[in-house]
Design a protein around this ligand. Sequence first.
Ligand code: CA
Ligand code: CA
Ligand code: CA
Length: 399
Amino acid sequence: MKKIIYIFNFTLLLASTISCSGDDSSDTEQTENIGINDSYSVNRLKLLTLSPQSTAESPTTFEWIIQSKTTLKDSVNIKNQQLEFLALYTGAYPVILKITRGNDVFTKQIYIYVTLETPSYSRYISKVYDFFPAVGQFTNTLPEWIAGDSRETMIKKADQTLTGPNPGMISLGGFGGYVIFGFDHTIINIKGKKDFKVLGNAFWSNALPNERGGSSEPGIIMVSYDKNKNGIPDDDWFEMAGSEYYKQETIKNYSLTYYQPQKPETAEVNPTYIKWMDNQGNTGFKTKNQFHSQSYYPEWVNSSSLTYTGTKLQDNYYDLSGNGTNWIGKSYEFGYADNVPNDDDASNIDIDWAVDKYGNKVSLPGIDFIKVYTGVNQEAGNLGEVSTEVTGAYDLHIK
Ligand SMILES: [Ca+2]
Ligand SMILES: [Ca+2]
Ligand SMILES: [Ca+2]
């Protein structure tokens, strides 16, 4: 009995409940098997996962009650067997684990001590994990491909371009081209607040002072957190359901294949340069324009075709002039990369927009990894293909 009171040091009611529920030895075993310590220590913005074990045959429910008022600003999942605890602020966080089994209620007091990291976190991208642009007029130049560069070399070049406080620019090419990057901490999901932004080179057109349009090349943003804690993005991905996600014009599971152009290539303008075909029965060509003469097909790829799959947004470019000389990209309302200027609030992203592959909303404690891919398949006249650029990303909650 003494042992039970020590472990569940919170209520006397509890002790009497236990004494009625069976012989002492089985109760003692039960408490020992929960596998939860009295206290834990963790750096801020690092995920702590607590998984109490349950050997009971009868249905058991778990509830985590976070007592500290400061956690109102932090992200905690409750009413799950597993607690995923992530805090922005340092300090002691009292937590009560409440276990209900039939009429029996057990509680356990836990303290989580959240400590300050050393060295300090960076709010900017710390690592690029993958980079695979689609066909585009800046493919092989942003970043530059040099003869002999492998896929790994190109990922390293994207990493050197995007990491740290003064990032440069990469281009993802046409629909589906992507980059995956991460941070040196978990970007926390604070309720009711935007949590991060992906930077691009979008700008408004002077010709349309009253409209939110100009150069907008929206990229789909996906997020993931390191649930299995191995430091790499091999966990489930969740799409940020931006303003277009639920619209009929938006095509989910869109798949597009580009066909490698014949070699050797010429530098000439070519309106039927690279053939593409999608899974909706459409086909067309990516054009080569007079401004960019290098190959638009990733040079380090030997495959005769490249297929990209994802959510496709409706074409957003239109010709304001009517004679093909002034193409304007309409921005979408929220939730995309390279869609509005970086200083516009609509470039900020709320992790609570995350949905799973079935479109169900999910509640994430935070994110470690971001994937961005070009969301539009359109040729915008003399501007060439619509292609998302990425010029960095940062956590909105740390300076
Ligand atoms: Ca949020
Ligand atoms: Ca992982
Ligand atoms: Ca752009």
